[in-house]
Design a protein around this ligand. Sequence first.
Ligand code: HEM
Length: 386
Amino acid sequence: MSFPPALPYNSRMTSIEQSLSEWGAFDRDNPFPLFEAVRNRAPVHRVTLADGHEAWLIVRHDEARAALNDPRISKDMQAAMAASGSIVAEGLPGPAFARHMLAVDPPDHTRLRRLVASAFSVRRVEALQEHVQRIVDDMLDAIEARGADTVVDLIHAFAFPLPFTVICELLGIPETGRASFGQALVEMLVPTRTDEEYANAKVASDTVVAFLGNLVAEKRREPDDALVSALLDARDGDEQLSEQELLSTIFQLIIAGHDTTSSLIGNGVVALLTHPEQLALVRGNPALLADAVEELIRYDAPVPHSTFRYAREPIELGGVTIPAGAHNHYVFPACNRVWWDNLTFSCGPSKVWTLTQGKSESDGYCTGSPGRSPYTSISDLGYADK
Ligand code: HEM
């Protein structure tokens, strides 16, 4: 298989200025030359996002790491929206689904994380391993059965259905209705620029809302061993998830549980095919797989930017002052390529504190991070073999 050479950023965008004035509307196949140029100019930039909102962009590792750990930077979206009309709203399906770990600060964050952790245990995840391995094997066998000369769309045949099926199994979403639910999720998350596009996304969002409402009602009537029932039962002392927190958490786990891993598989396959020596290395030594997954996450971050954050007070960062109330936008792929541009599985996992691993060092890594997730480890095993 051969790939066209990567285009330099300015062949698709006219200038860094233009990129900063419409951040997000750039070449997504290879944004790295643009990221490097923006990073070389300054670590922190005032930008307009492609949707018209103002934000402060953080593109260098040291500044991003400092900001992720800075208690003056808040994730409390409801408080931010109450304080300023210019804050980016939570998007579909709306506020009833926006009270989850990614949109609150401690002590609410600590409480939610504890409650979810009590249900989303390592034991529960590990219990899924064998089942997930079977799902991976079946999907890869089905792809192989199409014949060596058949062109297969990796995202449709594997990278989307695998993590989506796994998160559905984990949560206890019955097989009936999964396909239409998945379709509604995809349609709801499509970026909308016109009223008509928004109306279509809203119809899809209503389907998602109804589906999740029915799911919770069903689990209340007939609890099972899966995660939604465990979340309904979750207790931390006298604490329990409210209805809004429960629906928001289920929704967040579904999105976080499939979109991230889909991108990791897609980006990872491209990285392996364009670095055949690294692919050969990991095929020859499966013990390198865990490090390889970490390195793939650093090299081409599956999550392209951070979730919502804003400055509670003016903050000096990278030679500029981010004003109080400003929305911060961390560009993980730009930050993670600060010191190493190459993909190298042989150096071990701790070359850099990969920003895509989580939120802050003290305050909660990604709940599904590869160290404990059957998603990434097993699907990588599958595709490295095949
Ligand atoms: C390759 C796979 C994954 C990547 C790269 C990834 C990346 C991330 C990142 C960057 C964050 C922090 C976002 C921010 O603070 O702005 C995060 C948080 C989170 N992720 Fe993941 N994630 C992955 C898989 C998963 C899976 C499979 C699940 C669940 C099934 C999950 C659940 C969560 C949760 C619940 C949080 C919020 C944690 C907190 O705020 O305490 N993630 N993830």
